[in-house]
Unconditional design. Structure first.
Length: 147
């Protein structure tokens, strides 16, 4: 064993969590979900992680920040860990996620416009709620016109 191997920095779950800027509970959650390997316990009963675990946790968090679900992250990690995987496979997954995100954005813009219309149609006065134009509009069939 060379000196660099013997000096490898092993990390407790707390130190790992701190370096990756997540909670220890998040580490355990990712282990239960199969995103992180569970290292064996030492004789003293502790689990010690290698430095690659920090990079894996950072990968998971960055992927979550990009909107990937845990299942999608699992698929990306499998590609990352598979020596025969190609970049074009990863690219296809990211393009697919981008297109799904753009569709969600379009849907949310449509919802926002519908809410803008409800707000504009409301007189915002002291009449009883049963006469509120917003509640009336929400009770009409989709595409139904106001009377």
């Amino acid at each position: 064993m060379d000196s660099s191997t013997s000096r490898q920095q092993w990390l407790s779950v707390g130190k790992l969590a701190e370096l990756a800027e997540v909670s220890a509970n998040a580490v355990r959650f990712y282990e239960r979900e199969g995103l992180m390997q569970v290292p064996p316990k030492t004789r003293s009963g502790y689990r010690l992680y290698g430095p690659e675990a920090v990079q894996r946790l950072r990968f998971i968090k960055q992927a979550q920040n990009c909107g990937f679900t845990l299942a999608e992250i699992q698929a990306l990690l499998q590609l990352r860990d598979q020596p025969s995987a190609c970049c074009n496979e990863v690219h296809a997954k990211v393009v697919e996620k981008k297109l799904a995100l753009e569709a969600r954005i379009r849907d949310m813009k449509t919802m926002s416009k519908a809410l803008d219309q409800l707000i504009a149609d409301c007189s915002n006065d002291d009449r009883p709620a049963e006469y509120c134009p917003i509640l009336g509009a929400l009770s009409r069939p989709a595409g139904g016109a106001a009377r």
